[in-house]
Design a protein around this ligand. Structure first.
Ligand code: ZN
Length: 245
């Protein structure tokens, strides 16, 4: 089995399409593991939900998914994110809302626990450092955990007997072996990368090989930005896509 692992699509259709095309070029996959924040920020929330629906997808909900359908208060967001969230809410169909509403916040696929934030606080907590990673270990039972939310490709290796996890990058083209110790992995952001690289980030998980590999894909950033500005979404949200911040 091979899975594409995607997170933080954020209504960016050009980025999601580029990732799915890239997966096909790499030989395709048996399913898409989607770690939340399908919508919010970007100009095509409906189209992204629709595209995912056509895949054999296994999704969990993110904070932006919940905010866009009223399961989380938009006042929790910074002003630009709140504007985008209200805009997203107005541009989802009833079917999109149903799709997002039934997403679990945590689920297990094979040897992996899937959450948006962390297994301790599935929707809100960011795993940005070894403290957060180490503190999360007792909250999932599978060997490995897949997370999103930070939009930064990262891997935390947590060896048995070692008190703390060790942080590393899930770099482009880097193949990591999944055997030996527990790991918390973040594929990075599809629709709004924040590691200084504007290309869409995702990962390919190969269960036969017991490996995960980081990937980056160029997409038409200018087209997404143009749509955002035309939709009246905050300019700063469009601008940041040029820089991957
Ligand atoms: Zn996000």
């Amino acid at each position: 089995m091979r899975y594409a692992v995607v997170a933080d699509i954020h209504g960016n259709l050009e980025a999601l399409q580029a990732v799915l095309d890239d997966v096909l070029r790499a030989g395709g996959c048996d399913g898409v593991l989607c770690l939340g924040d399908v919508v919010g920020y970007g100009p095509d929330p409906h189209e992204c939900v629709n595209l995912l629906r056509k895949e054999n997808h296994f999704c969990v909900a993110g904070n932006h998914d919940h905010a866009a359908i009223g399961l989380l208060g938009q006042e929790e967001f910074n002003p630009d994110a709140a504007v985008a969230s209200r805009w997203t809410e107005e541009h989802l169909t009833a079917e999109d809302v149903d799709f997002l509403r039934v997403l679990p916040v945590i689920r297990v696929i094979d040897r992996f626990t899937l959450v948006h934030g962390s297994p301790r606080e599935p929707v809100w907590e960011y795993i940005t450092n070894t403290d957060a990673a180490s503190g999360s270990l007792s909250f999932f039972k599978t060997p490995h955990c897949l997370v999103g939310h930070t939009h930064v490709p990262t891997v935390f290796r947590c060896e048995v007997g070692r008190p703390r996890c060790i942080a590393g990058r899930l770099g482009e083209g880097e193949r990591l072996n999944l055997s030996g110790g527990r790991m918390i992995m973040n594929p990075g952001g599809v629709g709004q990368p924040r590691d200084g690289d504007p290309r869409a980030a995702y990962a390919l998980l190969d269960l036969e090989e017991q490996s995960i590999r980081g990937h980056r894909v160029v997409y038409d950033v200018a087209r997404t930005q143009e749509k955002m500005l035309r939709a009246g979404l905050p300019e700063s949200l469009a601008r940041r896509l040029s820089f991957g911040t």
